[in-house]
Design a protein around this ligand. Structure first.
Ligand code: BGC
Length: 443
């Protein structure tokens, strides 16, 4: 039987629309499930949100001096020298970036930490520091950490593309210090260990005291916020006065309406069952979800019947950068994909799929931000500044506006202003601030 392609394609696309839409009631559900899981996590009960205490609170803004930060992110490692002027301005005075080889991400733990110590060593070969004086190092580790102090923390589980053996369950501060010793970098003292979201919030808060939430929307996704210690019923913290930053690890939130592409992506991933929100929202996975939809349409004969198809055959061959290009300059995207001659209707369909997938990501992120802000301030009576970093937020056309839309639809009458502020390099700068706070506390 011959299929009527235009009709079938329209059916397919309308179903897709339903599969990827986050309705207002879905968004409200996300908010209430977040609140429930945040509450459970803070009590140390089973929850998809780990709610990890960071052992650092709001900086004063007068922290001062030069600090070294080692920032291990999703794909790169950076070493930075950060200058804090003591009057709310932080600047990067030296920086080196190192790509993390795939073998290091999937190999043995010792390789990874030797690699990181090697990055520090090569940074110090370039930088004229007085090696007779102890240098304070802050380590940004962008993975879930169970901390018992600001300078120590056990890796709970790898996320993103990492699967290095022998690190889960170990204190990464100890592993790094041992590797630095092996490399003979004895003049460095590790003073602080922070998640990248915590760094971003600290950087945001150093510049603007109204900042009380940090978010990463990049290769991975996560958030943290300032919590009253009295609400953290863990590790004896509830009896402490004041506030502490809590890392939600929201990438693992698992009460979302998933579809068959999400389930296929999860089943084929390095960590099936974990990081379900991250797999629907973060830059690492958006291209792959889009590719899975395109593949299915191709298999059903609804797309690219004549054109070359190989660009969509490789898992993770389509990236979030490709999707940004598709949104910004369709012609350039299809030329790069060798599909410049494909039918207009096929190109329109691909454009629409990319839009649906990224739109959903921004809507979920918007609902998740609303959940955390309303946890802190149920009627949003005070103004809030959210420090955000990450390629998706910074570079994807229209992404920030979509988050603001989603937030707007969840805010009640009379809610005060919410500002999302791009906090570039926040993870490294903020970790240096944590180093300054920790060094001051030791004095
Ligand atoms: C990690 C978080 C991190 C986020 C952003 C996630 O995969 O679990 O700890 O903050 O990525 O880098």
């Amino acid at each position: 039987m011959k299929i009527d392609i235009p009709t079938e394609r329209n059916h397919f696309l309308s179903r897709l629309n339903r599969d990827f839409t986050v309705s207002s009631s879905d968004a409200r559900n996300i908010v209430s499930h977040f609140h429930r899981d945040m509450e459970r996590g803070l009590r140390g009960k089973r929850s998809s949100l780990a709610m990890l205490p960071s052992f650092v609170g709001r900086p004063r803004g007068n922290e001062k001096g030069k600090f070294i930060a080692l920032d291990l992110g999703g794909t790169n490692c950076r070493v930075l020298e950060v200058d804090l002027d003591g009057r709310r301005t932080a600047s990067i005075t030296a920086a080196s970036r190192f790509a993390i080889p795939r073998e290091v991400m999937r190999g043995d733990g010792t390789w990874l930490f030797d690699f990181l110590a090697g990055c520090l060593l090569s940074f110090f070969q370039e930088l004229p520091v007085d090696k007779r004086r102890e240098q304070v190092l802050a380590f940004t580790f962008s993975f879930p950490l169970a901390q018992r102090s600001i300078a120590s923390g056990t890796l709970i589980r790898w996320t993103k593309r990492f699967k290095t053996s022998g690190v889960e369950g170990s204190d990464v501060a100890v592993l790094l210090s041992e590797a630095m010793e092996r490399r003979g970098i004895g003049f460095i003292r590790l003073a602080a260990l922070t998640n990248d979201t915590v760094g971003t919030l600290l950087a945001g808060c150093y510049a603007d005291p109204a900042c009380d939430m940090g978010v990463i929307l990049g290769t991975g996704t996560n958030a943290c916020y300032l919590e009253r210690s009295a609400r953290i019923h863990r590790a004896g913290l509830a009896s402490r006065p004041g506030e502490m930053i809590v890392n939600l690890e929201w990438g693992n939130f698992n009460r979302l309406k998933t579809n068959r592409y999400d389930d296929a992506l999860d089943a084929a991933s390095l960590n099936p069952g974990w990081q379900r929100l991250e797999k629907m929202v973060s830059a690492l996975h958006l291209g792959e979800i889009t590719r899975l939809v395109i593949r299915e349409m191709m298999e059903q004969g609804l797309l690219f019947r004549e054109a070359g198809q190989s660009v969509f055959s490789e898992p993770y061959g389509l990236t979030a950068e490709d999707l940004s290009l598709l949104a910004l300059d369709r012609k350039a995207f299809f030329t790069r994909a060798c599909l410049a001659d494909a039918a207009e209707t096929d190109r329109d369909a691909v454009f629409e799929i990319g839009r649906l997938v990224t739109d959903r990501s921004a809507r979920i992120a918007g609902a998740a931000i609303a959940a955390v802000l309303t946890w802190m301030d149920p009627d949003l009576k005070a103004g809030h500044t959210v420090a955000v970093d990450g390629s998706l937020f910074e570079k994807y056309p229209g992404y920030q506006a979509r988050i603001m839309d989603a937030l707007g639809s969840l805010r009640g009458e009379g809610a005060a202003e919410i500002k999302l502020v791009l906090t570039r390099d926040g993870s490294g700068i903020g970790s240096a601030i944590a180093g300054a706070v920790a060094a001051a506390a030791k004095r």
